[in-house]
Design a protein around this ligand. Structure first.
Ligand SMILES: CC(C)(COP(=O)(O)OP(=O)(O)OC[C@H]1O[C@@H](n2cnc3c(N)ncnc32)[C@H](O)[C@@H]1OP(=O)(O)O)[C@@H](O)C(=O)NCCC(=O)NCCS
Length: 88
């Protein structure tokens, strides 16, 4: 779980070891992080085909607000992304 500033906006991101996917860890970790992070709006981006990550974010109150193209270093390619924000 990480939070960083980019282009004047604070973003969150996370990575769970594959052996532990689907156990609710990302959702719980993000909820805990949001309680520690007072900055609003808070931003996040996910690969458009990463339904699990988008679900984690929307389950924590983020809403999809835009789309973008961006380089995903994990995939070594430019991909379609979904941009999300949390206002409250
Ligand atoms: C995306 C990732 C963080 C999810 O972590 P996780 O601990 O498995 O997530 P959780 O178990 O908390 O929640 C996953 C949610 O997605 C849902 N989900 C999982 N696979 C899905 C799919 N293929 N389609 C739709 N929903 C899906 C689950 O049902 C769950 O939603 P629910 O709580 O409403 O049932 C994890 O897969 C990961 O680290 N992936 C690699 C790195 C990555 O993609 N990071 C995000 C960068 S934006």
């Amino acid at each position: 779980m990480a939070s960083f500033e980019q282009g004047g906006e604070r973003e969150v991101t996370y990575w769970i070891a594959r052996a532990h996917w689907g156990c609710g860890i990302a959702t719980r970790a993000l909820r805990l992080a949001l309680a520690e992070l007072p900055t609003r709006p808070l931003h996040a981006r996910a690969a458009a085909d990463n339904a699990a990550s988008i679900r984690v974010l929307t389950n924590c109150g983020f809403v999809v607000c835009d789309t973008d193209r961006g380089f995903a270093s994990a995939r070594g390619a430019e991909i379609d992304e979904v941009l999300l924000r949390l206002d409250a």
